[in-house]
Design a protein around this ligand. Sequence first.
Ligand code: G6P
Length: 615
Amino acid sequence: MCGIVGYIGYREAYPIVLKGLQRLEYRGYDSAGIALYNEKELKVSKTKGKVADLKKKMEQEVDTSGTLGMGHTRWATHGVPNDVNSHPHVSNSGDLVIIHNGIIENYETLKKELTARGYVFHSDTDTEVLVNLIEDVIKKEKVKLGKAVQIALTQTVGAYAIAVFDKKKPNEIVVARLGSPLAIGVGKDEYFIASDASPFIEFTNNAIYLEDGEMAVVRRDKGVKVRKIKDDSLVDPYIQELQLNLEQIEKNNFDHFMLKEIYEQPSAITDTYRGRLLADEGIIRMAGVDDNLERFLNAKRILIVACGTSWHAGLVAEYIFEDLARIPVEVEYASEFRYRNPIINPDDVVIAISQSGETADTMAAIKLAKEKGAFVFGVCNVVGSSISRETHAGAYTHAGPEIGVASTKAFTTQITVLTLIALKLAKAKGSISNTDFHMHLQELETIPQKIEVALESNAHIKEVAFKYKDARNCLYLGRGFNFPVALEGALKLKEISYIHAEGYPAAEMKHGPIALIDEEMPVVVIATRKGHYEKVVSNIQEIKSRQGKIIGIVTQGDTSVRDLADHVIEIPDTIESLTPLLTTIPLQLLSYHIAVMLGKNVDQPRNLAKSVTVE
Ligand code: G6P
């Protein structure tokens, strides 16, 4: 969490840093700050609130000149979000400036030692401790900034992506990473620092992604020198050519990123299976699976670890893997798995699912599984992310950047990748007939077009949203493959509208939630024709007899649910295992419209962050 951005070169830094912060705001948005140096003066401006508040503040108060600058958008860990706790933080001498994404866990001990030596702290943050620790090393050891950062970091425990400069040496920025992402954009006589490449994409296509445990001195005149923090060895940096383009990170004509990303799902899913799904030839090509086929086929079970929406995609995958490939699957919250002394065998395959590829708990679960000798396969969206590098093999979802904090296209593309893997393994094991296999492949190819059809219900869904926008609670029910979709639908509503919502397996309703049902309670029921339809219709009857308001997600042409429900939203027909890819769409739109009608900040819901790099 937290976004960091920096610039050193010949242009004015302020507009670059400001725009960069706006693009990184998905990473945290409870306070923001910018430091600028213009050869004469250091200016630091920070405020509680969003980057837009910072912009207003800076335009009123501060001269924004300078070709060296750094900025930070925060998701608070240590210290409440206020002006003082916002980054950048400045050392006691007033010379060193730092921005930091991560947590220094032993900051209290370090703070005590520094306080005893006369350092004074103004904020409650771990970051202010770090910048003074670096200053202390410079003074004590008489070393340059780069060396001081290196020495200071060896005394810390925790995670970080940091950028530091010394206003007395304004030709360099020193950066380092451990556990939080950091990219260096390499231009001609100019360099960019950022949590991801989006802040500098219009300036350069060349980026160096620092590895964990690496640091770099970035010099305006001499370029980038990368070394390992621990043993000081020099690293030859790999300059990666970026695939990202500006259009992918702009809202275009949509009001919100979330809506844009909902509408992108047909093309995102097509990108996910492009080159992998050869339906006519009956082939699924996935290098990460092909190269490790024996590991998958010999697996006694598959363990899936993930958090949030990615965990829901894991639950859908459990149904798909067990149904098609007949391999036992267990799905775990990464945060529980990592601390509960789980049984992991060397012949287990662990699949880690993560949109960002940076989630701290998922990363820790992967490391644990690797220690126990399991083969770990990653399903990530962000190319080059920490998780994609830490896993033995993997498959990218290729959904393109997801900026709305509430995950949408990441979910459906994760399910697509996992379905491809399940089908591939089913074929290799012979647990699926040839006819069924071909039918699945053909059907998967039609999904993007069927999502387009599902999206046509948008106006109708908006009307339904208007009717229920003032509900205090909402229940989501589904069975089989669509039980996880009910969980995901409820999560979407909670995240962006702050309405309390619960997802339940439809039949479990009578073991508790049914007590909540009255005429005030909207119940969204996924009742597609394939998948325990009659049973779900009975559940709907039970809700109806208790005056609950029923919103049915049904297959086109359905009549039974239509007769019982207050509203129905139709989706096209498909095979049962693929229904989650369609039933998810109306649930995303429903929560989107409710949140907009309630005036909530859809793309940046309160207290949340897109990339959770703390445990
Ligand atoms: C945060 C995000 C969610 C996401 C979860 C897991 O909570 O707000 O949208 O599902 O993290 O993130 P990951 O990047 O690992 O999929």
